[in-house]
Design a protein. Structure first.
Length: 635
């Protein structure tokens, strides 16, 4: 929100611009003032809006033209002053002043100020004034309102500057079309969204409890019962459909704000800003994405509060209580989220992501989104109306992976697994199986990053496992970047046990990229087919044993023998140092290495000096072993 307002007074000679300014400052009429009074600055503490106000006077003579144009371009709001006793000064508003602003390309709010009402004979009603001003407001939408005052009495002088500030801080133009006498589409859309968020039980009306919570959030004070009933009586007087079951309907909510705007109250702007909207009626970036810094090597998960929020949403919108969200129920949930369903554009082949989403699937998907793009989850927490101002309480940051690997145990609940392997090795089928899709023996090359998620029960504890496959197009790009590989909790190398060339691909992959710091699991697919001798220097089981890893897990997606592999992946993620390529030695702590070195040194000391030198001669296995103990290098 703006912290300063620059108000410029313009108008014909003799209408009283300078006198209005001096009457405000002196709080009394000053009969003789200079042609143009100097700029006036009013400190924030002297304004109800707590903003610095600059008041600028101007002249209308030929010599003032250059200065006037400069000030018009700097102004946040322009007050066009006319004299009540000078009809020509009023007529020139639409004939000269307003077209002049447009000619300069100026698009700021304008306040019409009728000065010298003390000289008017008789009484003029608000309706008469409105009828007089309406044609101008219909032709010039930048005109916000009209204020009549008297600098001589003085009367309504401070109101002139109040409405000028209000026109900048709470402009009517983005909200209401005076010509059509209706809310503008963007304003109506924003208010409809706010209504849906405030309707917590989703019954289509705001009952007294919901109205009071809305009032507390926006204005920090509840409504008395008498005030609540007064609001209902008022809107029912305009439209009987505004009230249903003694609650305010969406139509009534929109009508109420239309009345507020027509009466010149800033209530609607207060409501919009409390719900994150800026002057352009879009949700601000700071509202959607509050600061949430994630250290390197850490990941983000939903906190218990986050899981509870998404569970509550599921239960409220599951209207038929069948334990699943159908397409209409999903659309209803995301009707307050402009981007719509977050996973709609990331459909996994063969899966219907638009309907029959169970609670387990619902929570699993949010777990995956939070792990992969926690900023997206933060955005949707705002879209869906997470209660309270601190939306980051719905997320938590895990311990660094390096710390977990040193300890040998992970505290994470959501794990990321990269699935790598040659084309046709069965990676996509493995992902489909994990997502619950039926087996499809038709091979389709992977041309985009595929991500699936599901829950895995580990000894009564539910973990979420995210599997990602990259395909030949994106796999090298991911594996060569340490920032991307460091995000993986497990890397799974898949080979087709019936294809003689399949294992060589993943062996070459390991040699080409530095991946041995990541917990690893090998998987042999298509175990229902005849086992083929791999064209490799050693067979897969020997290869794994040399790395001190378990032998490849045999799976067959076709026959449904896959459950064990997903448990195995989670087990590796939960106990990471047990599956680091290179064996248990690589996961030893420096202290354990030192103890081993001392023991071996004592043993070596029993040999002769010549024998000792031979044992540690560079290039021998012994030299490599001692080098590993001292420097921590792998064999």
């Amino acid at each position: 929100m703006r912290r300063d307002v620059r108000i410029l007074l313009v108008g014909d000679e003799g209408v009283g611009k300078s006198t209005i300014v001096t009457s405000l400052i002196k709080e009394a009429f000053v009969p003789h003032v200079q042609h143009v009074v100097p700029e006036v600055t009013i400190s924030p503490e002297f304004t109800s809006e707590n903003v610095t106000t600059y008041i600028v006077d101007s002249g209308a003579g030929p010599d003032d033209r250059h200065y006037l144009e400069l000030e018009i371009r700097k102004a946040h709001v322009i007050c066009v002053v006319y004299a009540i006793d000078n009809s020509n000064s009023f007529n020139r508003i639409s004939v000269y002043w307003l077209p002049y602003f447009r000619q300069l390309g100026i698009n700021v709010p304008v306040i019409l100020v009728g000065n010298k009402i003390d000289l008017r004979g008789g009484e003029v009603t608000n309706k008469s004034l409105e009828d007089e001003i309406r044609p101008i407001m219909a032709d010039f939408k930048e005109v916000e309102t009209c204020v009549e005052c008297s600098a001589k009495i003085p009367l309504n002088v401070s109101e002139v500057f109040y409405f000028a500030r209000k026109a900048v801080l709470h402009p009517t133009a983005p909200l209401y079309d005076f010509k059509k006498q209706a809310l503008k589409p963007a304003c109506e859309e924003a208010l409809r969204r706010i209504f849906k968020l405030c309707d917590t039980n989703k019954d289509g009306v705001l009952d007294n409890e919901e109205l009071n919570e809305f009032q507390r959030k926006c204005f920090d004070a509840p409504l008395q019962l008498q005030e609540l009933e007064g609001i209902k009586v008022m809107v029912r007087g305009y439209n009987r459909d505004a009230i249903r079951d003694n609650g305010l309907t969406e139509a009534g909510f929109l009508l109420l704000h239309t009345i507020f705007i027509q009466r010149g109250r800033e209530t609607t702007w207060t409501v919009l800003r409390m719900h994150g909207y800026a002057e352009d009626l879009r949700l601000t970036e700071s509202f959607l994405s509050p600061q949430f810094d994630v250290p390197l090597d850490c990941s983000v998960e939903l906190s218990p509060l986050g899981y509870q929020f998404f569970t509550d949403i599921f239960e409220v919108f599951d209207k038929d209580k069948d334990g699943a969200l159908n397409k209409d129920e999903l659309e209803a949930i995301f009707s307050t989220a402009p981007p719509g369903i977050p996973w709609r554009d990331q459909k996994f082949p063969g899966l219907d992501d638009d309907g029959a989403v169970t609670l387990q699937t619902w929570l699993a998907r949010w777990s995956m989104i939070t792990l992969l793009k926690h900023r997206t989850t933060l955005n949707y927490l705002a879209y869906l109306g997470y209660p309270g101002e601190n939306r980051t309480s719905a997320l938590l940051i895990t311990r660094p992976r390096k710390y977990d690997r040193r300890r040998g145990e992970s505290s994470r609940n959501v794990f990321l697994c990269y699935v790598c392997g040659a084309a046709g090795s069965g990676k996509t089928s493995l992902l489909r199986s994990f997502a619950g899709a039926q087996f499809d023996d038709q091979y389709v090359p992977t041309d985009k990053v595929l991500s699936v998620v599901n829950s895995v029960d580990i000894h009564g504890s539910e973990k979420y496992l995210v599997l990602q496959e990259f395909g030949s197009k994106f796999e090298p790009e991911v594996l060569r970047h340490s920032k991307k590989t460091d995000l993986a909790d497990v890397i799974v190398y898949v080979h087709d046990s019936s294809d003689t060339n399949s294992f060589s691909y993943i062996s070459n992959l390991r040699q080409q990229y530095s991946l041995d710091h990541i917990p690893t699991l090998f998987v042999a697919t298509k175990s229902d087919l005849d086992l083929a001798q791999q064209r490799h220097e050693v067979q897969p089981d020997v290869y794994c044993r040399r790395l001190n890893l378990q032998v490849p897990v045999a799976v067959s997606v076709k026959t449904g023998q896959t459950a064990d592999v997903f448990h195995a992946i989670c087990s590796v993620a939960m106990h990471p140092n047990s599956s680091i390529p290179g064996g248990a030695e690589r996961s030893m702590s420096p202290a354990a290495r030192l103890r081993t070195y001392i023991v071996l040194s004592a043993l070596v000391g029993s040999f002769s000096a010549v024998a000792y030198r031979t044992f540690v001669r560079p290039g021998t296995f012994g030299g490599q072993w001692m080098g590993w103990l001292l420097g921590g290098r792998s064999r």
